[in-house]
Ligand binder design. Structure first.
Ligand code: IMP
Ligand code: MG
Length: 175
């Protein structure tokens, strides 16, 4: 049996959709006349990335990577492992990394370095959530959906032990 319980709705599906449209339009502005590759970080970014890309009017392709620094625990181990690599050659490309949440920043810091080593022309980060209180490495997030406080968040792609990703809203685990 699963013993944890979830809290009340923090961010609704409508609020997320509005924010995704706003950011999608901003990306369209910022990269006018350029091509981009959007790289979604599996599995948490799937719903958010689908929302964002619908509002991007640019010549673009998508790809996915899977990496992990978490097991079933709610604290980052600090170790990043690539479980699925890119299928796209990103040499000379404008890359936008799409994440579910930036917590310690360890994952994105690692990924930025990885994309640099693969020759990306520019690299920006678009995250549904930002949890600045968790930060352990200094990393800027270029496009942020919502800033959250120091709670373990689930829903809209974010999991606890692989569950709750299907919730159409954002909530948190009660302790
Ligand atoms: P970071 O490397 O500590 O920034 O964490 C990155 C990854 O940890 C995210 O992509 C999430 O998969 C996971 N994570 C961090 N905080 C949370 C949370 O509050 N809820 C669910 N997953 C989280
Ligand atoms: Mg995750």
């Amino acid at each position: 049996m699963h013993e944890e319980t979830i809290g009340t709705v923090m961010i609704t599906q409508d609020e997320i959709a509005d924010k995704a449209r706003e950011i999608g339009r901003q990306i369209t502005e910022d990269y006018k006349g350029e091509e981009i590759v959007m790289v979604g970080i599996l599995r948490g970014a799937v719903l958010w990335m689908a929302d964002i890309m619908k509002s991007v009017e640019l010549d673009m392709t998508i790809d996915f990577m899977a990496c992990s620094s978490y097991g079933a625990a709610t604290r980052s181990s600090g170790v990043v492992r690539i479980n699925k690599d890119l299928d796209t050659d990103i040499d000379g490309k404008n890359v936008i990394i799409v994440e579910d949440i930036v917590d310690s920043g360890v994952t994105l810091n690692y990924l930025k370095g990885y994309f640099e080593s693969r020759g990306a022309k520019t690299i920006r980060i678009c995250s549904l959530l930002d949890k600045p209180t968790g930060r352990r490495v200094d990393i800027g997030v270029d496009y942020v959906g919502f800033t959250v406080d120091d709670r373990f968040i689930v829903g809209y792609g974010l999991d606890f032990d692989q569950r709750y990703r299907n919730l159409p809203y954002i909530t948190y685990l009660k302790d």
